[in-house]
Design a protein around this ligand. Structure first.
Ligand code: NAP
Length: 489
């Protein structure tokens, strides 16, 4: 089977090349592990070095291209992708496991992001200032930062590369992109699409391979001017440490994990709360950095909420995301499945009460992939591992509180700070929560996942390096630098 699959190559300087290691790794579908989707280059540091040299060589010409021209090219990329939403969505579901509706949403988001930044290219403006010297024009101008190292996770394997690459390209930067090893195929297809749209040789360079093996080169290569990383806190912290010791000061953007709470207040509409928590915790198989993994419920409504939530979640259909009627796809990989099951055992051993799930669905159909049942624990205390560590799967912890103050305290009792939500019909509770929640994104009567592309995105605490936000116009701040020009005559 493996010998029949296509072997994808690295793209360096506009040429598709084999890795110097001569080795490949294979990509399998989490919904059916008998399906091998492709072979990918297991790159060496020498491949990464060549990719950065190519990005450096291509930088002067690309950054010197009119932003209007760069914008036009990006509009073309968006049009091609818009015409291939079905193909990319099927590929995404097959490779990552999310349902086809979720995939369509993600690919459409990529199209929208590319259009947004294509438009931003014509708005790369500076400011003019009054000068204390007569006959002086004083202004600021934006310039591209240079060569960008882009490292992305597997859970949004087209949207996240897009929200980094589209603004980077619009601003005139060149790129070395290493996708997650669990989802290299959709990344490869996206890079092929960029090439077919006419992005010039060497502007986007693509290398696949193990982060453990080439990660250090991806963050310490001397040609790097900026790093944009999304992934786990552990890897993010390692990058921060490595760059702390580097001689060249560069800008770094690290977006990392979450342990996001949804508070269900005593004034909540319970039907709405059940619907929002079900979607936030089990949508995308719980594999979103913004997923709700803790639900913090007021004791007055806890019993009723618990019953209704369990009833609702027990009806979710687990299966292959390509099939009609499936609500929740598999875990994205064997490692993720094992991690979910490990945390379920930890939850039980720490004294939490298993309300639902906690195991894998049975039968031949489910044996084929990395399927797991949606799982809910009640009686969870804030100091238990399942309430503190990022599980990154469909495992929800329910904690009970006696007041809004306690709910806010528990919600903030985490090292992470990405998103949070409250479900309430009480304006005061909503405003109080929005003000005191220590996160980058806070919501009222909405799901914790789901953000709009024109708004700054990012977390605080261990969820983010929190210097530069992503998306919206904030991305332009990261991918450009400002020069002050004094012109006297
Ligand atoms: P990960 O293991 O940290 O990997 C992320 C990327 O970094 C992958 O491309 C990975 O390559 C690479 N990498 C691995 N080790 C590296 C090293 N030593 N140096 C440099 N790069 C290295 O994260 P993941 O499992 O793919 O993704 C899940 C995590 O991402 C979760 O924690 C989730 O919360 C977070 N996430 C955050 C956001 C956000 O915006 N805040 C969004 C989505 C996901 P390999 O795949 O080859 O290991």
């Amino acid at each position: 089977m493996q010998s029949q699959v296509e072997t994808a190559k690295n793209l360096i300087g506009g040429k598709w090349q084999q890795s110097t290691s001569g080795q490949v790794f294979y990509d399998v579908s989490p919904a059916d592990t008998s399906k091998t989707l492709g072979a990918f280059q297991l790159s060496d540091n020498s491949d990464v070095r060549a990719a950065f040299e190519s990005a450096r060589t291509s930088f002067p010409k690309w950054s010197g291209t009119s932003p209007i021209e760069r914008g036009k090219l990006l509009f073309k990329v968006a049009e091609i992708l818009a015409g291939e939403i079905d193909k990319f969505s099927r590929l995404l579901t097959t490779e990552e496991g999310k349902t086809i509706q979720e995939s369509k949403g993600e690919v459409q988001r990529s199209v929208d992001l590319i259009r947004f930044y294509a438009g931003q290219a014509a708005r790369l403006k500076g400011d003019t200032y009054p000068s204390s010297t007569p006959r002086t024009l004083l202004y600021s101008a934006r310039e591209a930062v240079g060569v960008i190292s882009i490292l992305t996770p597997w859970n949004f394997p087209i949207a996240i590369p897009t929200w980094k690459m589209a603004p980077a390209l619009a601003c005139g930067n060149t790129i070395v992109f290493k996708p997650a090893s669990k989802t290299p195929l959709i990344a490869y297809e996206f890079v092929r699409l960029l090439q077919s749209a006419g992005i010039p040789d060497g502007v986007v360079n693509f290398v696949t391979g193990s982060g453990e093996k080439v990660g250090d080169e991806m963050v310490t290569n001397e040609n790097i001017d900026a790093i944009s990383f999304t992934g786990s806190y552990e890897v993010g912290a390692r990058i921060q440490k490595l760059r702390g010791g580097a001689s060249k000061m560069i800008r770094i953007q690290l977006e990392m994990g979450g342990k996001n709470p949804t508070v269900v207040d005593e004034h909540a509409d319970l039907a709405k709360a059940v619907q929002l928590v079900t979607s936030s915790a089990f949508g995308l198989t719980g594999q979103a950095c913004t997923a709700t993994s803790r639900v913090i419920v007021h004791e007055k409504i806890a019993a009723e909420f618990k019953t209704k939530l369990t009833e609702r979640v027990s009806k979710l259909k687990v299966g292959n995301g390509l099939e009609d009627g499936v609500d929740m796809g598999p875990a994205a990989s064997e490692a993720e499945l094992k991690k979910d099951l490990k945390y379920i055992e930890i939850g039980k051993s720490e004294g939490a009460k298993l309300l639902l799930g906690g195991d894998r669905p049975s039968g031949d159909y489910y044996e084929r992939g990395y399927y797991i049942n949606p799982t809910i624990f009640s009686d969870v205390a804030s100091d238990m591992s399942i309430a503190r560590q990022e599980i990154f799967g469909p495992v929800l912890s329910m904690l009970e509180v006696r007041s809004l103050d306690e709910a806010i305290e528990v919600a903030n009792d985490t090292e992470f700070g990405l998103t949070s939500a409250i479900v309430t019909n009480n304006l005061e509770a909503a405003l109080e929560f929005a003000q005191r929640s220590k996160v980058g994104i806070v919501k009222v009567n909405r799901t914790t996942p789901g953000v709009e592309l024109q708004v700054p995105f990012g977390g605080v605490k261990h969820s983010s390096s929190d210097i530069f936000k992503e998306q919206g116009e904030e991305a332009i701040e990261f991918y450009t630098k400002k020069k002050a020009v004094y012109l006297s005559y």
